[in-house]
Design a protein. Sequence first.
Lengths: 276, 276
Amino acid sequence: MTTETAPVRLLLIALAVLFLAVFLILPVVVVFSEALRKGLSIYLATFADPDAQAAIRLTLLVAAIAVPLNTVFGIAASWAIAKFEFAGKSLLITLIDLPFSISPVISGLIYVLLFGAQGYFGPWLTAHGIQIIFALPGIVLATVFVTFPFVARQLIPLMQEQGSADEEAALTLGASGIRAFLTTTLPNISWGLLYGVLLCNARAMGEFGAVSVVSGHISGLTNTIPLEVELLYNGYDFVAAFAVASLLTLLALVTLAAKTLLEMRYGDSLATPTRA
Amino acid sequence: MHLKQPSVLPGFGLALGFSLFYLGVIVMLPLAALVAAAAGLGLGGICSVAIEPRTLAALRTSFGLAFAAAIADSMLGLLVAWVLTRYQFPGRRLLDAAIDLPFALPTAVAGIALATLYAPNGWIGAILGGFGLKIAFAPAGIFVALVFVALPFTVRPVQPLIAEIDRAAEEASSTLGASRWQTVRYVILPTLSPALLTGLALAFARSVSEYGSVIFIAGNLPYVSEIAPVLIVIKLQEFDYRGATAIAVIMLTLAFLILLAINLIQASSRRRHGYG
C-alpha cells in the first residue's frame, strides 16, 4: 500500500483544488471583473488618459534599461562563477542573492540615503543640478537593485551543471575565447537565459515598494504603472485602477505561460528561482 | 595556496572584474550608505527608535504575522505539493503553473485584488462577514496577503523531493506492517523535513519584507495593523531619515540571519540526503 485510499485521495485533491481556486485564481478573476465592471468602452477609455500612457511609457523605459544591465551582469557573473574555481566564490553567490532578502522599501531607502537631498551625495548633486531621487535615475536604480539576482540566479546552476568541456574542446580546436562563448556557451544556456530575462522583466515592470520610495509620485511624470494603480485606487477610481492593473496581470499571465512552456520543454535545465 | 585555480578558459579577469564592479556600485555602495547611516546613529540611537511603542508594535505585527503566515503556508504548501506531485487529475498542470502566480503578479495588483475580494462587500468578505469574520482592514487581512505572496516558496522546494521519494522505502514500510499513516509519519515526512524547513524560512523572509500586497488590505492603523515597512515609508515622508534607517537596520539584521539560517539548513540537508 504505497498510496492513500481512494476517499482520502479525493478529499485531498478537493481540498487543494478548492484552496488554489479561491486563493490564487479568484484574485486574477476579480482584476478583470472589476476592470470591465462598467463595460469595455470605459475600460479602453482608461488607456486614452495621458497620465496612464505616461505611466506605461515610463515602465517600458525603466525595464528597457534595467533588464539589459542585469542580463549582462548575469552572464558575466555566471561565467566567472561556473567556469572557474576561486577563493570567496560562495561569499560572492551570497552577495548576489542579497537583494532577494531585502525588503523592497529598504531597497528604496538605501538610494535615498545615498542620493536624497539629505543623503551622502545629496549636496554635491544639488550643487551640480543633478536629480536622482524623485526622478528617472532613482527609479531605474531601485529597479536594477530589486531585479539584480534574477538572471545570474538562473544561469549559475545551469552553467555549473554543464561544466567547461564544450568550451575547452572549442578552444583546443582553435576557436577564440569570444567565438567559443558565442558558439558553445550561448546556445547551451539560451533557454535558461530567456527564462531569467522573462522573470527579471516581469519583476522590473511590476516593482512597487522600492520604486514607491524613490519616485516623486507625480502622475504623468514619475509614476510607473504600479504607482499609477495605487494613485487611482486611493482616489476611489476603482475601474481605472483595475484597468491599468489588468495590463500587469496580463504580463504576469504571459510570463507564467512562457515559463510553463519552457519548463515543459527544457525542464531539466531550468531551476525554479524559489529554490534558493 | 592559490586564490584561483588555473584554467584554459579565458575571460576570468574581465567577467569577475565587471561582476564585482557592478555588484559594488548597485548593491554594496547603497548598503554601505545604510551601514554608515546606522553607525552614525550608534547602538543607542537605533535602540531609542526600536523601543518606541509604535515601532515595537509594527515589528511585532510584521514578524508575528510573517511567522504565522509562513507556518500556514508550510502546511498548505505540503498539501498542495503532495496533491500536485502524487495524484493525476484534470487541470493538474494548470494549477501547477498557477502556483507561481503570487511570484509573477505585481504586489500592488495582488494588493488591490485581495483588498477588493476580502472587503466587507467583496465576494469572499461578504461570505465571511456573515460569520462575523472581518478580514480586510484588520490584522487578518495582512495574514491573508502574506499567505498569498509566500505560497510558492513553500510549494516549490518540496515538490522535487516528493517526486524523488524512494518508493522502495515506502513499500518496505508497508510490507513490514505499517499503516499508511505510519509510513507518512515515519518514512515520508522525515525525508521532506529539510525542504519543509527551507520553505518555511523562505516564506518567512519573503513575508517579513512584503509591502505592496499588504498596504491596501491592512488598513494601516498604528499599533493595530501597521507593518514595519509602512512605518519606514511614513518616517521617510516626514524626512525622519534616522528613524527610517534604524527600523531598516533592525529588519535587515534579522533578514540576514534568516538568509544565513537557510544556507545552514540547506547545507545540512545536502550532507544528509546528498541533494538540496
